[in-house]
Design a protein around this ligand. Structure first.
Ligand SMILES: Nc1ncnc2c1ncn2[C@@H]1O[C@H](COP(=O)(O)OP(=O)(O)OP(=O)(O)O)[C@@H](O)[C@H]1O
Length: 367
């Protein structure tokens, strides 16, 4: 398998768009095929992530999450899109995409009788691995080896919404980590309240942390602004001030939003997904919630948490409100739990309904 045989996400999107058009042409006109490409991308990724190799298996599979269940005829249409996509992709010179790799790895390993290279595998941030990825790792170790996964289900942020318990593996031992040594009690209290909100809860895999271990600090601050421009300028000015003495994270949904909220701040370091190392000194760091996964800051700003922008309208259009709310609140949860001492959440207009209300007593509210 060569690296250049794997379709990258942009190529995958183009091939899927084409496959939706090709498949729709064989059906009577139906609004089903007008759904956002993100919806089809997500559904195909879910099929691969669960290792579903036949239409019967797909028709019988339960889907975790809040999206309205697809009708059997719609699932058959998705399966036809998948077949068309795979053929179009292969004809384009790409026998694989990233979602298809775990199944391909499993097939290779099943035929590979040579000694396994690693006896023990440890994975951090495993909540976003699909069942098929976990199975492929389990098959990469010898019978007397071990696979250890560290995962926080509340931080599952790559939309697949799979339960890692559904891998069918024999679990030798489960250890639950309940202590929170990172967040101040006030920040942890907000995170716990978020995890208890109805749109957040949807899985037995969620473990609620116990009361925080650290000394008391300040309540998270909720700041209201009259416009997005004033909000961005306000965040940039405060982040620059805090950044002289502390590690400050400015986290948003997109890089563009994060950049907007630190415009004009000298020496900002942008976070990115593939960071190999992370500077530990004081300063302002900015990036997406995704890129902040696993990191921590003394002070965190979460700008643009107004109801008009959160949940994101494109995500709502692709997946429906309930599923979008569930996904987006996990992103916010990752942002909230990056903060050690100070958390400043800002919004224009009403605050997002994905956070506990301004009147909950969990914040200092300022305008
Ligand atoms: N037993 C402990 N006593 C004091 N501090 C601790 C202890 N364990 C961890 N910490 C501190 O708590 C913070 C969070 O720890 P760590 O990064 O291991 O958590 P995590 O579960 O990987 O977090 P996440 O998955 O949310 O990124 C770190 O600053 C770490 O130094």
């Amino acid at each position: 398998m060569g690296y250049n045989q794997i379709a990258d996400p942009d190529q995958r999107r183009l091939f899927v768009e084409q496959a939706v058009k090709n498949t729709a042409a064989a059906y009577k006109p139906s609004s089903f095929f007008d759904r956002a490409t993100d919806f089809f991308l997500d559904e195909l990724e879910w099929i691969d992530g669960n290792g579903l190799a036949s239409v019967e298996g797909y028709l019988a599979a339960d889907r975790v999450g809040r999206m309205a269940a697809l009708q059997p005829s719609q699932r058959r249409a998705v399966w036809n899109i998948r077949k068309n996509y795979m053929a179009t992709r292969a004809a384009g010179g790409y026998p694989y995409d990233w979602a298809a790799l775990p199944a391909a790895v499993r097939t290779s390993l099943a035929a590979d009788m040579t000694a396994r290279r690693y006896k023990h595998i440890v994975v951090d941030e495993a909540q976003d691995l699909s069942p098929e990825s976990i199975r492929s790792l389990a098959e990469a170790i010898p019978r007397d080896g071990s696979l250890t996964l560290f995962a926080d289900y509340a931080q599952q942020i790559y939309g697949q919404r799979v339960s890692w318990r559904s891998c069918g593996l024999k679990v030798a031992k489960t250890e639950v980590f309940l202590d929170n040594h990172r967040n101040s009690p006030e920040i942890a209290r907000l995170a716990i309240a978020m995890a208890q909100m109805p749109h957040f809860r949807d899985s037995a895999d969620l473990v609620e942390p116990r009361a925080p271990q650290r000394a008391a600090g300040a309540k998270p601050t909720l700041v209201s602004y009259p416009s997005i421009e004033v909000e961005a300028a306000g965040v940039a000015a405060s982040a620059a001030t805090f950044g002289k003495v502390a590690r400050v994270g400015v986290l948003a949904r997109t890089r563009a939003e994060a950049r907007l909220a630190v415009r004009g701040v000298a020496g900002v370091r942008m976070l990115h997904d593939k960071m190999q190392r992370w500077d530990i000194e004081a300063g302002v760091y900015a990036g997406t919630y995704h890129s902040a996964k696993g990191l921590e800051f003394d002070v965190v700003f979460l700008p643009f948490c107004g109801a008009a922008r959160c949940p994101d309208s494109d995500t709502v259009a692709a997946f429906g409100y309930d599923e979008a709310a569930s996904r987006e609140s996990r992103l916010l949860y990752v942002g909230v739990t990056r903060a050690r001492d100070e958390l400043i959440i800002t919004h224009t207009g009403d605050p997002t309904p994905l956070l506990p209300a301004a009147e909950s007593g969990l914040y200092q509210v300022t305008t």
